[in-house]
Design a protein around this ligand. Structure first.
Ligand SMILES: [Zn+2]
Length: 511
């Protein structure tokens, strides 16, 4: 009941000073035997001064209201000394007042009061206080106040012992701690209890589960000792089951990596963290059951194409370089057409001619790996899937390291698998080392050397948002360079621009 003490404190106690303003020599409230008098009195400064003067003349006990605060501070002595001190200090106003009123020397403060009241607008009010009521007459009032305070306190206290809530649509008064459980008992709502069940879900003892399920204001409440407030809406439904105690053994659930969708771009999504499953052995039933405690966070390699809207953008890609004979030619044509492209390099070739890769990177092209040696050896030069997981990882890491060394910084972790062979095992093996595997929409088959015109016409078949596959290594690529010289100006005339794979990946997937 936080309000009770406040109310209590706001009311002056019978023996407590009611003057809220602390005096200089008595900070805070003081206990004064006459403080009860001041409860009903005006607090106007006129009253204070006048009453003090009046009391001084009568040798009345000092009151907090009695001191003319501006002139004489209360010094703890009886008021007659205060009056004397005031006169010694030449309190001219009062002296003049006395003389103007023709007061005799013995007239005292009463006459001073009258004189001053001649100029004061509230002249009649102090007259009541000139003759203080006997203290006995205050007693009924003090007792009455105390009774009111006590009654309010009791009312608040009793009121705090219960709340009115709505339980399953009915208004219910809940005492006994005002808990959810008390509401259940008070409401008499009829719901079915749950069962005591074994680890495999079979019933061990019917009706030995939770008595009820509860929600308060729409929120499920597990703790039935939850305290309710007035106007809460409580709903009780059937109780849940209680599972027997058990011994549990945890084991991991490996996350999976799988592909979804279709398209040239294959981008990993998800963290790839193992889950947990628990094998429970019931202490009552002796039965065992295995349940998933934490779901694994699986990885999806999403296959898709991008939706570029009205942007006529395409991504040119070049595999199997760099080569001393053709890569520079490709870079020259790209520069002439203000085109950016992506190079999927072979690490061992990068190591033999790092400068050209560095030049390509400096020209704004994206540098990625296409493995170290195109899956030579057990990969038969074309398929990582024939290799061990360790070999696959080596192919990728060595290829990336060669690019990084050539460029002098970390290069892209996008990847193109040799031959485009990217099965689910390779997808899982390489996931920690690459961000994506990039296929293509338009295969120029330039490595077959069908003629520059044919290669160019395949390039010109491209549509916005697509990836074109070309090669700047792996054999004589003079046709490829020539095809680019033919196709790129025409594509530019059609409004196309040429962007990197990273830029293409910024577009959303096609729906
Ligand atoms: Zn290749």
């Amino acid at each position: 009941m936080p309000q009770m003490p406040q109310n209590h404190n706001n009311r002056p106690l019978p023996n407590e000073g009611a003057n809220p303003r602390p005096r200089a020599d008595h900070p805070g409230r003081s206990h004064n035997p006459n403080a009860g008098d001041s409860v009903r009195r005006s607090r106007s400064p006129y009253d204070s001064a006048d009453r003090n003067a009046a009391r001084s003349g009568q040798n009345a006990p000092h009151s907090p209201y009695g001191a003319p605060r501006q002139r004489v501070q209360y010094d703890g002595r009886p008021p007659r000394y205060t009056a004397a001190a005031r006169q010694q200090a030449g309190t001219h106003q009062q002296a003049e007042a006395s003389q103007q009123a023709g007061a005799h020397h013995q007239a005292g403060a009463r006459q001073q009061v009258r004189a001053r009241q001649g100029a004061a607008p509230a002249r009649r009010r102090p007259q009541r206080s000139v003759q203080p009521e006997p203290r006995r007459s205050k007693t009924p009032f003090v007792i009455g106040t105390a009774v009111v305070v006590l009654a309010v306190a009791i009312w608040l206290f009793v009121g705090s012992l219960s709340v009115k809530v709505t339980v399953n649509g009915q208004e219910v008064t809940v005492g006994n701690g005002k808990t959810v459980e008390a509401a259940f008992e008070a409401s008499g709502v009829s719901v079915s209890p749950g069962d005591l069940v074994a680890v495999d879900g079979s019933v061990l003892e019917s009706g030995k589960g939770y008595l009820f399920s509860a929600s308060v204001n729409g929120q499920a409440v597990q703790d039935h000792a939850t305290v309710l407030s007035n106007n809460d809406v409580v709903e009780f439904t059937d109780g849940g089951d209680i599972e027997e105690e058990y011994d549990g053994v945890d084991s991991p659930i490996a996350f999976t990596v799988s592909s979804e969708g279709s398209g040239a771009l294959h981008v990993y999504e998800g963290d790839g963290t193992d889950g947990v499953e628990t094998t429970k052995t019931g202490k009552i039933s002796g039965k065992t059951a295995t349940v998933t405690t934490t779901e694994p966070s699986n990885v999806v390699c999403r296959y898709y194409n991008v939706d570029v809207g009205d942007d006529k953008v395409i991504a040119l890609t070049f595999d199997d370089g760099p080569t001393s004979q053709y890569t520079q030619g490709v870079l020259d044509v790209l520069a002439e057409n203000n085109a950016k492209a992506t190079f999927f390099t072979l690490g061992e070739q990068v190591e033999s001619m790092p400068d050209i890769v560095k030049r390509a990177a400096e020209a704004g092209h994206q540098i990625c790996t296409h493995t170290y040696d195109h899956a030579e050896g057990s990969g038969q030069g074309v398929n990582l899937g024939f290799m061990s997981a360790e070999e696959q990882i080596q192919e990728v890491q060595k290829g990336q390291a060669a690019n990084d060394a050539a460029v002098g910084g970390e290069t892209s972790r996008a990847f193109r698998s040799p031959g485009g062979n990217f099965n689910e095992q390779t997808m899982k093996t390489l996931r920690p080392y690459i961000t994506s595997e990039i296929g293509w929409n338009v295969d120029t088959e330039d490595w077959k050397r069908p003629g520059a015109d044919v290669i160019a016409s395949r390039m010109l078949s491209v549509k916005p948002g697509q990836v074109i596959l070309c090669h700047d290594g792996g054999g004589n690529r003079s046709q490829t360079v020539e095809a680019l010289r033919q196709a790129l100006p025409q594509l530019r005339e059609q409004g196309y621009s040429f962007i990197t794979i990273d830029e293409l990946l910024k577009y959303p997937a096609k729906g």
